[in-house]
Write a protein that binds this ligand. Sequence first.
Ligand SMILES: Cc1ncc(COP(=O)(O)O)c(C=O)c1O
Length: 387
Amino acid sequence: MVVDMTMKNITYFDNAATTYPKPQCVISAMNSCMKNYCANPGRSGHRLAILSEEAVYQARRRITDFFHGKNPLKTVFVKNATEGLNMVIGTLAAMKGHVIYTSYEHNSVIRPIWRYSQSGDLSYDICLPDVTGCIDPRDIESLIRKDTLAVIVSLASNITGYILPIKEIGRICKEHRLFFIVDVSQGAGTIQPDMIENDIHVIVGTGHKDLYGPQGTGFVCAEGFELIPILYGGTGTESMSPNPANVSPDILEAGTQNLPGIVGLAQGAAFIEELGAIKIQKHKKALIKRMSDGLKSIKGITSYIPEDNCGIVAFDVTGLDSQETVHLLSTQYGICARGGFHCSPNLHRYLKTDQTGLIRFSFGIFNKIKEVDHSLNALEFIAKRLV
Ligand SMILES: Cc1ncc(COP(=O)(O)O)c(C=O)c1O
């Protein structure tokens, strides 16, 4: 592939889609795996296979510890959060009953639930934000029915960055003996949610966003929630039987694992832990404040910036299509951002942006204040139709 070197001058504000660039230590760990020991974990008994299996186990421990889970063998690697959420929601569908989610959920929650509602296996209610845009845990409580099985919420919104009150929601789930499932795809890394403190049964996440791992990685940490596999095949154990041994994590990870990806994910999580959530939050807060203050002084821009925010500034430019604006930002100013709709349709409805979409700037640890200033200049030109 020929790389256009002018790409070096880009401003990357699309970290909620996937973080970029990745830390050098992630690239090096993946490179070393591919070069030095990339055998098939859990299949053969030779030295390299054992090294590979050990690397997967260490990654399992790293991810479990990151969320203060108890048992690494209950952490399952999947290819992304979408696969993990399908596994979890499929398990709930097998129990049959009612689930509650919020207006902040992503299509990877909405669509599997909708599908199982069509087959009559699940019914659902959606908890709407209050007038301030926040989720009031009491509103979730008011939706609980006799047949409610679980509450599923995001740690943070992929559109506005709003951080949901998981502690209070977890307490309500505990009181009502419901499974509490948290999709940490947005936010885990900027925040380090504790499974035990927040009474969470299942954490589902993706590796390529705030954990700075590669694409093609995700995980489910499930404690006190017996997952049902969505894939059947080789697990490296009980090979002569058509029925896989019911042992976690093997039964939930049929097929060859993405070893370089898992190694990269573990390294990303280690990197983030070392940097520390406090430092990351401080950095993102500074970027958000600069952006938010700057947007206020540009006429014709409406912004949606919650106080509790994992690192996103969403806005629109009056009279300009959001896709057109991000196209101008990209082609004229080298700014990578996302426009249009963001896989969270209920929130677009709530924000009344379901016709226009929104522009999303999502910040990462490598972004700089001067990039915010550059984008504010660009937006000023665009808003005045000077470009
Ligand atoms: C809140 C949330 N959940 C789930 C997902 C799905 O992640 P993936 O596409 O990696 O499966 C995303 C992706 O943007 C997300 O923002």
